[in-house]
Every structure is written in C-alpha cells, then in structure tokens.
Design a protein around this ligand. Structure first.
Ligand code: ATP
Ligand code: MG
Length: 255
C-alpha cells in the first residue's frame, strides 16, 4: 500500500560503508549505501548471494555497525550507541525473523514467545496475556504447549513471528523468513507479514531470494556486490489489497 508522503522517516542511512577484515585484508561488503524508509513501509530486499543483504539488514537493525556513514533509526543515531545501548535499543525497537526460526528447543511455543518480555517490567499475568494474543494472531493458540520439535517449519516460523511481535517493535527485520518453507507455508508467513504491515502499521524489511515473495511488498530494493542498484515502488504488489488501510494500533494490549 503506498505510504502517505507525510509519514515520518523511520530509517535514514547515508553513505554507509561496511567491510570485514579477513587475514589482514579488508573485504568491502557495502559501498556507499544511501536510503530512507518511512514508518509503515514494507520493502523487499533482493540480490545475489553474497551481495550484502544480511549485512545491510543487520546494520539497520542494530546487530552490526557500519564503518562509515550516517545511520539514524527513529530519533536514534545508531553509530553513537555503545554495545549495551545498542542491545537495549534493539530489544525495544526491532523484531527479528530468521530463516531457521531460532527458537529455543527446550521451551514451549508460549515460552519462546514470552522470552523477550522477561526483559520488561510486565507482570507475569500481563506477559501471559500478551503471549496469548500474539499466538492467536499467528493462529497457533492451540499449539501453545508444543515444543519446536513438535511443530512444522511453517508453525515454527509463526511462533518466531509471534516472538518478534511481542514487544510491539516499530521495525520487523525478516531475513529470508520463507527460505526453508514450502510454497503454502511461505504464503501463510507472507500473509502474516502483510497483515502486520497493513493492519498494525509495522515497518517491514523482507530479505528474500524469492521473486514471488518480493512481489508482495510495495517497494523493492536490490543490491549487487554491495551497491544499491535499484529502489522502486511496486504498484502491482499483492499485499494489503483488501482491508481498510494502515492504522497504527498495536496488535497487543498496551503495557
Ligand atoms: N562476519 C563476517 N566476516 C567476514 N565476512 C563477512 C561476514 N559477514 C559477511 N561477510 C561477507 O560479506 C559478504 C556479504 O554477506 P551477506 O551475508 O551480507 O550476503 P547476503 O546477500 O545476505 O547473502 P545470502 O543471500 O547468501 O544470505 C559476503 O562476501 C560474506 O562472505
Ligand atoms: Mg543473507
């Protein structure tokens, strides 16, 4: 869904450079990346393997740091935060979804979803309420006591989405969330991302190799060899075609 030009900037990146040192050699990974993302945008990030997609996502999501450049998310200049501040910022601001779910196998679905809330001041009862709502949102209330090993890949990813949502983050960073799933399960995950964007106004960055997945997003950016080679609106995206449009209410009760 096209964003009103008036919605505020969430991400402002200018002239980002990132390189890694390997055996005394500097390996450039991202070169002079500039982009802005507005609140409530849903964008797909594509590019060949090794082009720097995960690296760029991790910079924006505060998991890694640029060597050079300006990087603001919300009101925060991420380059000025120390490690502890960055970790605290991440916990408040970003929900992560990974290709291989990253659920803890010894915890149930509900316990996995609850984990990020253990760092908050919510009471046990409030935490449980939030968890129930998040599991309901992803359609897994009846699996709350299952362990990850007792769930399908698609169900595990839905648990991971519930976990990513539970702190009501502004930004959802999804790194190939459908990469390990069959088409039907992938479709369910993409439907959920569309809902999070369209109904709850979440800003979403979706890294994907799958053109069908990328076609769901209203904006597409492409990296090749660490450079941004394309940034365009997708007017025929298949997300949020129904529904009343974005609103900013939280999927969870306010804490
Ligand atoms: N921690 C690291 N140390 C050294 N090199 C790294 C590190 N992380 C990434 N790289 C290198 O940076 C480049 C970009 O990696 P990145 O993971 O961002 O690519 P990608 O586009 O996400 O690829 P894929 O589609 O395979 O996930 C690669 O050449 C990779 O080897
Ligand atoms: Mg990657």
């Amino acid at each position: 869904m096209p964003k009103k030009p008036s919605s505020p900037l969430l991400v402002e990146a200018a002239h980002l450079y990132k390189s890694y040192r390997r055996g005394g050699q500097e390996l450039p990974v991202l070169q002079d990346i500039s982009l802005t993302i507005r609140e409530g945008e849903f964008l797909a990030l594509m590019g060949p393997s090794g082009s720097g997609k995960t690296t760029l996502l991790n910079l924006i999501a505060g998991l890694d740091r640029p060597n050079q450049g300006l990087l603001r998310v919300g009101e925060v200049d991420l380059t000025r935060l120390n490690e502890a501040q960055l970790a605290a910022w991440r916990a408040r601001t970003v929900g992560f979804i990974f290709q291989f779910y990253h659920l803890l196998p010894v915890l149930t679905a509900a316990e996995n979803v609850e984990l990020p809330l253990l760092l908050t001041t919510l009471s046990r009862r409030q935490r449980r309420e939030h968890v129930e709502l998040a599991l309901e949102l992803v359609g897994l209330s009846d699996r709350r006591h299952h362990y990850p090993g007792q769930l399908s890949g698609g169900q595990q990813q839905r648990v991971a989405i519930a976990r990513a949502l539970i702190t009501d983050p502004a930004l959802i960073a999804a790194d190939e969330p459908t990469g390990d799933l069959d088409r039907a399960s992938a479709g369910e995950i993409l439907d959920l991302l569309c809902r999070l964007n369209g109904e709850f106004g979440k800003t979403i960055i979706l890294v994907t190799h799958d053109p069908e997945a990328a076609a769901r997003a209203p904006r597409l950016i492409k990296l090749i060899k660490g450079q941004l080679i394309l940034d365009e609106e997708n007017h025929t995206h298949s997300c949020g075609m129904t529904g009343a449009g974005p609103e900013t209410s939280s999927p969870l009760p306010s804490s």
